[in-house]
Design a protein around this ligand. Structure first.
Ligand SMILES: Cc1ncc(COP(=O)(O)O)c(C=O)c1O
Length: 379
């Protein structure tokens, strides 16, 4: 459907993607209905090998959600009470949630004001906060927010100096690269999500863990199915029902065929936004030698409310990721924060606004969005 001056726009257009590959997806789902192996069927093994091959990771373990993809490694590595995991506050709830669910302590760290990703100086301050709280820092959870990789090198230096490992939360960023390497091999373990709004998504919940660490992989495999890996009567450890199902894997396999093309389209959309807006508002900045999959295109403005209201009046949806820092939310208020607070996170929560972003956003619809943002800022 062509955009007209007043038709409401979707924030993410999953239907446009569906019409492109509906025959293939319907056939793939039908094959699962016919063979009947609904959980961990052949499509699951197939998708795991494709995801490992794409990223260069030695192992891929699919699971039931992106949140499972973060808690599986923490369980497998036996992170628990007395341990600290350094995590940004400017992220989705799951990142610190899984740490707290393990009985370990999330220590909140600030982010860079331009990339929205973990700030290395704040990470150092977070390590001091962990020490002062009498905690044993074990891991750093980097988050590749909005589709862009964190700047791994300085963070890896700090990790190495302090004997910490990196759990990369790439829930929003599967397909992005850092210095030529796809996410999936940059931390000891990487978790991602296939929630429907993610750049690579299925039609329900799903996730995957990628790692080169064979021992950790074997333990995660065990945890994924009740501590027995699904293949034994004996539980070796406590576990979860974190299996992936075959229909979702079948959907992913079809979407993987168009994923590179969709990522290229997302980059074109992002470029058009930046070309049209960077002279009037803070637009996202990519770090050198990295690529993003643009899960979100996020502006920073002290006139955010005007942008939201003006666009809404034009039938253009916006979203606020994230309007309330996690360290200020009920379940997380008592956990340590780096330094004297997280000023960048606090400010971003008041100023960020995300614009419609998906691979099927046509230039004429996008021109309408850009014009509306410019009108809002000139009012
Ligand atoms: C940064 C981040 N981490 C983790 C998750 C959790 O993924 P899921 O919703 O698949 O559990 C999300 C999902 O929105 C996310 O954005």
């Amino acid at each position: 459907m062509r955009d007209t001056a007043s038709s409401p726009l979707p924030f993410i257009d999953l239907q446009a993607q569906r019409s492109r590959i509906s025959d293939q997806i319907d056939a793939a789902i039908r094959r699962v209905l016919d063979h009947g192996a609904f959980i961990m069927g052949p499509e699951v093994a197939d998708v795991e090998s494709q995801l490992a091959e794409r990223t260069g990771a030695a192992h891929c373990l699919t699971c039931a959600s992106g949140t499972d993809a973060l808690i599986l490694p923490l369980m497998a590595a036996d992170i628990g009470p007395g341990d600290a995991v350094l995590v940004p506050s400017f992220t989705f709830t799951s990142s610190p949630e899984v740490v707290a669910l393990r009985g370990a302590t999330p220590v909140f760290v600030d982010v860079d004001p331009h990339t929205f990703n973990m700030d290395a100086d704040s990470l150092k301050a977070g390590l001091s906060a962990a020490e002062q709280a009498g905690l044993s820092a074990k891991a750093i959870m980097t988050v590749d927010l909005f589709g862009q990789p964190v700047d791994f090198d300085p963070i890896r230096d700090i990790a190495d100096q302090n004997g910490l490992w990196i759990l990369d939360d790439a829930a929003q960023a599967f397909g992005a690269t850092y210095k030529g390497s796809p996410l999936g091999t940059l931390g000891r373990v990487t978790g991602t999500s296939f929630y429907p709004s993610k750049p690579l998504s299925c039609y329900g919940d799903g996730g995957a863990v990628l790692t080169d660490d064979t021992d950790l992989y074997e333990r995660m495999k065990c945890v994924r199915v009740h501590g027995n890996g699904g293949g034994s009567a004996d539980a070796k450890c406590l576990g979860l029902t974190a299996r992936f199902d075959s229909i979702q894997a079948a959907v992913l396999l079809e979407k993987l065929k168009i994923f590179d093309d969709e990522c290229a389209e997302r980059n074109d959309v992002a470029q058009r936004y930046s070309d049209g807006l960077s002279d009037v508002v803070q637009t996202p900045q990519l770090i050198d030698d990295a690529t993003s999959v643009w899960a979100q295109y996020t502006l920073v403005s002290d006139r955010r409310d005007t942008i939201v209201e003006t666009l809404a009046a034009e039938g253009i949806p916006t979203a606020l990721f994230y309007p309330r820092p996690l360290h200020a939310q009920g379940p997380y208020r008592s956990y340590p924060v780096a330094g004297n607070g997280l000023p960048v996170t606090d400010r971003l929560a008041e100023q960020v606004v995300s614009l419609p972003m998906h691979p099927y956003l046509e230039p004429d619809a996008q021109a309408r969005i850009i014009a509306a943002v410019r009108a809002a800022l000139s009012s």
